[in-house]
Design a protein around this ligand. Structure first.
Ligand SMILES: Cc1cc2nc3c(=O)[nH]c(=O)nc-3n(C[C@H](O)[C@H](O)[C@H](O)COP(=O)(O)OP(=O)(O)OC[C@H]3O[C@@H](n4cnc5c(N)ncnc54)[C@H](O)[C@@H]3O)c2cc1C
Length: 419
């Protein structure tokens, strides 16, 4: 079973990457916190308080700052904006190696994983200089203000409005499911700026200071016990005109860069949190079940699923390197990751036996598997639901007819019943 914890081994890698991986390992061995250490960031899954979330964010900021200081932050970004001008393969190597430790920069995932690439593609030089460096240094936390109570899967149906008044936009509306908004410094916001054109054509993409008057975040409690996302109310919020990212009314195109990075991020992270193959094997051995034929079969299946996901990840990277958006690959991966998370957690909890009913630090492995079982729904819904991913696969891979979109070409004012 020694091959089971393999990621991408040196034998498969060109020498440039072997050397890079060795340097990454050296850096991490010198600075990162080992898994299972009392200071491991993931210790105590399920013990969530606002104070705990703040503490986690501070620790992520500490780790991101350290990555930046040693030249390991935002590797694919150009050097002038805090990166290293390296490839996505370099970024994947440090992510894989970091995954072996109890450290994370998870509080910056919206900022670095979604906003950063969008800013690099659509931002002005002035905007890039203002926002990217503090993000790479771990000084500013970002959140995403896209979804609304009536606009999730059908995001382009959003109704938050932004009306230009002199040099300021006046924003009113409600967003929902906004991860980390209550602790964020900045938000990426979609709002409607033209109601007389079809829904995709009247949206503008803004950068909003989350400390602005008129923004109220109300955390929503989840099944895991955490309240990491929010309802966000915007009442007469002022946003300076220069905070538009891309062109006015062209926000849907800009948002698509963010959304495709979001799917890739979820795909690349393997769903985030919870346990890995290494932890599962440790559990099998701890329980003395390594010789049990049924357990061995289920572990082998888990390994195969993980390997399929790894190969799909490589395919997705290759698609991106070829300059194409990996829409279908990202959708396939997202569905498989959802299945993998619940099936692996189900196996781990069966192995734990009665201890499966415990949680957080009382449970084996800090409650990672209990957390994974409950948190699987985040991956299944966040960044586009499974059904929407199946629609994408149906249309783009299988060539089936498009989903019915009766409102696509009508002015949004009519669709919203305001005409
Ligand atoms: C953990 C988590 C974090 C999130 N973080 C953020 C965030 O930070 N910022 C943000 O803006 N949003 C965030 N979201 C919101 C997320 O993007 C939405 O939940 C998602 O897009 C689905 O939208 P919805 O919840 O409104 O569901 P709906 O769109 O209302 O869907 C309800 C059900 O109907 C199905 N359905 C809808 N349309 C179709 C169709 N055409 N064909 C087939 N089935 C369909 C869906 O699959 C689903 O089962 C987060 C969500 C989660 C779970």
């Amino acid at each position: 079973m020694t091959r089971t914890t393999r990621t991408e081994t040196e034998s498969e890698e060109e020498s440039e990457f072997v050397e890079f991986r060795a340097r990454a390992r050296e850096f991490l061995a010198a600075h990162a916190i080992p898994k299972g250490h009392p200071d491991d960031f993931s210790q105590g899954y399920g013990a969530h308080t606002l104070e705990g979330e703040r503490h986690y964010q501070e620790r992520c900021a500490w780790w991101q700052g350290l990555l930046f200081e040693h030249g390991w932050a935002c590797l694919t970004w150009p050097k002038e904006y805090g990166g290293q001008g390296l490839t996505s393969k370099h970024a994947r190597i440090i992510a894989q190696e970091q995954g072996r430790y109890g450290v994370s920069n998870g509080a910056f995932s919206v900022g670095i994983g979604m906003f950063g690439p969008t800013m690099l593609m659509h931002g002005t030089e002035e905007q890039k200089r203002r926002y990217l460096l503090p993000l790479a240094r771990g000084e500013e936390v970002w959140c995403q203000l896209f979804s609304e109570p009536g606009a999730g899967s059908d995001l382009a149906g959003l109704r938050t409005r932004a009306d230009l008044d002199g040099d300021l936009y006046l924003v009113n509306g409600q967003k929902v499911w906004n991860s980390g908004a209550h602790l964020a410094d900045w938000g990426i916001l979609l709002a409607r700026t033209d109601w007389d054109v079809p829904k995709h054509k009247g949206i503008t993409y803004f950068v909003v200071d989350m400390h602005s008057p008129g923004i109220e975040c109300r955390p929503i409690k989840q099944i895991t016990g955490s309240a990491h996302f929010n309802e966000t109310f915007l009442t007469d919020v002022h946003i300076p005109r220069e905070n538009v990212l891309g062109a006015v009314n062209d926000g849907w195109r800009v948002a698509n860069t963010t959304l495709s990075n979001e799917r890739t991020l979820i795909g690349g992270s393997g769903g985030g949190g919870g346990g890995g193959m290494r932890d599962l094997l440790a559990l099998v051995r701890e329980r003395g079940l390594a010789g049990d034929p049924v357990v061995r079969q289920r572990v082998a299946k888990t390994y195969m699923r993980q390997e399929i996901l790894r190969f799909l990840g490589l395919k997705m990277q290759a698609t991106m390197r070829a300059g194409r958006a990996p829409a279908a690959e990202a959708s396939i991966m997202k569905i498989l990751i959802g299945d993998h998370l619940h099936e692996t957690a189900d196996l781990a909890l069966a192995l734990e036996g009665p201890a499966a009913s415990l949680s957080s630090t009382d449970a084996p492995q800090g409650g990672a598997w209990q957390h994974q079982l409950l948190n699987q729904f985040s991956t299944k819904f966040g960044g586009g639901t499974e059904q929407i991913q199946r629609n994408v696969i149906g249309e783009r891979v299988l060539g089936l007819p498009s989903d019915i979109r009766v409102d696509k070409d009508r002015p949004f004012r009519e669709v919203a019943g305001l005409a």
